[in-house]
Design a protein around this ligand. Structure first.
Ligand code: ARG
Length: 460
């Protein structure tokens, strides 16, 4: 096989080594970015006096043809093609002749791959942001449809205080808003142009790097060529942001696995979003939720893998860096499945208010009873203790709190008045939390509006 860099070699590469060294099987995905970056570079070489306008025109048109072949699957890869960069240049030269050999002047695959990868990731960030916004939209719709539907709220998975479905659904909306912010920051840090860094020391031709950046849609240009070719912080940033997205989806999945179980039965998954058992005919399994939960491990693995690869590297390019792409592609692909599936799952999720109501038991209102005593002038700590005694009394008699008589309550404290039992009302309990972030209908309406306003434009 004849290599791009074969001049100083007396002998060809071992077949296994060729396979080991090649990145083409996965960096094919950078084809469109490689073409765009190369076209910009050809134009830049005109400005630098390396190419005539006619030569650049030939190269740019040739690259467009290569791009078309790649896009429609007609491109014939050669066994000697090491990566997408060598494949494109080889084909370009076949199409336009020796002038194609001028394209790589002053450029290295080191600054080329960093440029392609960043361009690809800028687009990937935009795509993830759109998918994320769609899931956020689905959560908002679910919250809006049942904003004030009461359900038990849990801490330690024990009955705590009443909340509503809308409140719960929006509790999974806000983490995704933070994810949107992180993604926007990742995109910004990715949009730094390394092209012009050459192999490591910068290019010896007077290329206008800012013009390259403007043409390709980068926001700024790298300031140090050694750092320019080796900086993969943007990839790690993306993997971290994606891992947190996966973690947020895993948490909501875990909760829905519980809520869809026979024991809770608060929700029913749509048939389209669940699967059956090959043995037990009655089963309807939340596989989508379990896979979403499971895939968060894979996302974290991709992050840890890349960080580990990067940790021992000096500045400038080392071939270790070729290991940067697969985890990023895999993470993007994982999110590209998981996010739309979760959005669809929420859009088709059936709620079961009857089952939620069954679980609304009076202990959820014990705090409200303590708050009642506080309003009678007792310090909260004392009120807490007294209501603890009331709870114990009910538990000893094996009856709900609400079955206790006023006399029972007064046997614990004479501060309990005739109006004390009015506390045993779920709507009142929800209404009383009339504060930003709380459960009253007004507070929930305000939260819903804040969520709608926080939703990125493309999600509305
Ligand atoms: N396929 C390589 C990568 O993904 C491109 C850069 C190769 N550079 C080199 N000096 N061999 O990193």
């Amino acid at each position: 096989m004849s290599k791009l860099w074969g001049g100083r070699f007396a002998k060809g590469t071992d077949a296994l080594v060729h396979e080991f060294n090649a990145s083409l099987p996965f960096d094919k995905r950078l084809a469109a970015q490689d073409i765009a970056g190369s076209q910009a570079w050809a134009r830049g070489l005109v400005g630098a006096g390396v190419l005539t306008q006619a030569e650049a025109d030939t190269i740019v048109a040739g690259l467009a043809e290569v791009g078309e072949e790649l896009a429609n699957g007609r491109f014939q890869f050669d066994p000697a093609d090491e990566d997408i960069h060598t494949a494109v240049e080889r084909r370009l030269t076949e199409l336009v002749g020796p002038v194609g050999g001028k394209l790589h002047t002053g450029r290295s695959r080191n600054d080329q791959v960093a440029t392609d990868f960043r361009l690809w990731l800028m687009d990937a960030c935009d795509q993830v942001a759109v998918m994320l916004a769609d899931l956020q939209q689905a959560l908002i719709a679910s919250a809006e449809a049942n904003l004030n539907l009461p359900m038990p709220g849990y801490t330690h998975l024990q009955h705590a205080q009443p909340v509503t479905w809308g409140h719960w659904a929006l509790s999974h909306f806000w983490p995704l808003t933070r994810d949107q912010e992180r993604l926007a920051q990742v995109r910004q840090r990715t949009a730094v142009l390394p092209l012009g860094s050459g192999a490591l020391a910068g290019t010896a031709f007077p290329i206008n790097r800012q013009a390259l950046a403007d043409e390709l849609g980068f926001m700024t240009i790298s300031q140090n060529s050694l750092d320019g070719v080796s900086d993969r912080d943007f990839a790690a940033d993306f993997l971290y942001a994606a891992t947190l997205i996966g973690l947020h989806l895993s948490r909501v999945s875990e909760q829905l696995v519980l809520f869809s179980s026979s024991e809770f039965g608060f929700v029913r998954l749509d048939d389209g979003y669940s699967t059956g058992s090959s043995l037990m005919p009655q089963k309807k399994n939340p596989d989508t939720l379990e896979l979403t939960r499971g895939k968060s491990g894979r996302l974290l693995g991709n992050l840890v893998g890349l960080l580990t690869t990067l940790k021992g590297l000096p500045s400038s390019y080392d071939k270790d860096l070729q290991e940067d792409k697969e985890p990023v592609f895999d993470t993007f692909d994982t999110l590209s499945l998981t996010l739309p599936i979760m959005a669809g799952l929420f859009r088709t999720l059936a709620l079961r208010p009857d089952r939620m109501a069954q679980q609304l038991e009076p202990n959820l209102l014990a705090t409200d009873l303590a708050d009642y005593l506080v309003k009678q002038g007792l310090p909260f700590r004392q009120a807490h203790h007294l209501v603890g005694e009331v709870v114990q009394l009910a538990e000893n008699r094996n009856v709900p709190l609400t079955a206790l008589s006023l006399a029972d309550l007064q046997s614990v404290s004479d501060r309990f008045g005739a109006d004390a039992t009015a506390v045993f009302n779920f709507a009142t309990s929800l209404n009383n939390r009339d504060i930003t972030g709380g459960t009253s209908p007004q507070a929930l309406q305000a939260q819903l509006e804040a969520a709608q306003a926080a939703l990125p434009k493309h999600g509305r």
